[in-house]
Design a protein around this ligand. Structure first.
Ligand code: B12
Ligand code: SF4
Ligand code: SF4
Length: 225
């Protein structure tokens, strides 16, 4: 076991009990990584995220003690920032501007590709996963190159393309204004706002990783706020 895999073990030991998993590692050529706190460029980034409802039980317990804005981001930062400090890493968070290219990193680290919804699809977890943060380091981290199959290539009928009541999902991209207009309508209160994005729900991949109903409603409420 070398020092670098020790870092991955330390991160997993600190975050897995909270449902945040090490999702992958990206190594960069000199000068191509994101900026570190000291001003130099990172040579590696470790992606951290949820798989299915992995974060939900711990997060909702914590949420009962918190009454401020952006609860999921706040919770993630409370867990990841002290770890970054302890490891001498720079932490990034997906919702903090300037937006770091979390999806591009995930494509490199996990070999994932975008679904017609814009979000990346995983061969096992389907559309039911996300990123809670990333830790960047001034050295490379040894990690196997992951190659994933792309489920959309073999999906007959592509049900996600016809499930959206606003027609916002198509092969040329995600029509954000059409989605937003529908979500602000009364009809959405009985559909997407209750059960989550109907197009996402229509995907047959990774069914056992579907988010629980409360988590789906939480994310939809965050999307329209
Ligand atoms: C802006 C944004 C949005 C905008 C999209 C506007 C647009 N047309 O691009 C809005 C607010 C609409 C949105 C919606 C959603 N988003 Co969003 N979003 C982001 C955010 C904050 C920035 C994306 C970006 O521009 N990055 C900057 C560029 C430089 O980075 P990049 O990786 O190279 O960019 C890629 C993306 O922009 C992607 N892309 C292009 N068009 C679209 C459209 C959509 C809807 C998405 C999600 C991505 C996407 O392609 C780029 C090339 O790889 C990211 C977090 C992040 N920092 O990446 C989350 C993120 C992409 N979103 C995410 C999710 C889950 C969602 C929602 C499902 C939220 C929900 N309801 O649960 C919805 C999807 C819509 C739906 N049908 O339900 C996840 C995706 C995880 C995954 N599996 O891939 C991310 C990574 C956040 C996270 N914490 O994990 N999102
Ligand atoms: S329904 Fe099919 S095309 Fe749509 S996201 Fe799922 S696997 Fe991809
Ligand atoms: S949230 Fe609803 S309106 Fe928006 S893309 Fe999904 S199914 Fe369509």
């Amino acid at each position: 076991m070398n020092a670098l895999s020790t870092i991955l073990r330390q991160i997993a030991a600190a975050l897995e009990p909270h449902g945040i998993l090490v999702r992958g590692v990206v190594n960069f050529k000199a000068g191509e990584g994101p900026s570190l706190t000291g001003g130099s460029c990172a040579l590696s980034v470790i992606l951290l995220g949820n798989v299915g409802g992995s974060i939900w039980p711990v997060f909702t317990r914590w949420q009962k003690t918190y009454d401020g804005p952006d609860p999921l981001d706040t919770w993630s930062k409370q867990l990841i920032r002290p770890l970054a400090e302890a490891l001498g890493a720079t932490a990034y968070f997906p919702s903090d501007p300037p937006w770091q290219p979390f999806q591009r990193w995930a494509m490199q680290a996990e070999g994932l590709k975008p679904s017609p919804l814009g979000i990346l699809i995983h061969p096992e977890y389907g559309l039911w996963h996300g990123y809670r943060g990333a830790l960047a380091f001034p050295f490379e981290i040894d990690a196997p190159v992951t190659k994933a199959t792309h489920p959309c290539d073999h999906c007959h009928g592509k049900p996600c393309l016809t499930a959206c009541p606003a027609g916002a999902i198509n092969l040329t991209g995600f029509d954000v204004p059409a989605c937003r207009t529908y979500l602000a309508s009364e009809s959405a209160e009985k559909t997407c706002m209750i059960s989550g994005c109907l197009a996402r729900n229509a995907c047959p991949v990774g069914e056992k990783f579907r988010y629980p109903p409360e988590q789906l409603q939480f994310h939809m409420a965050a999307l329209v706020s």
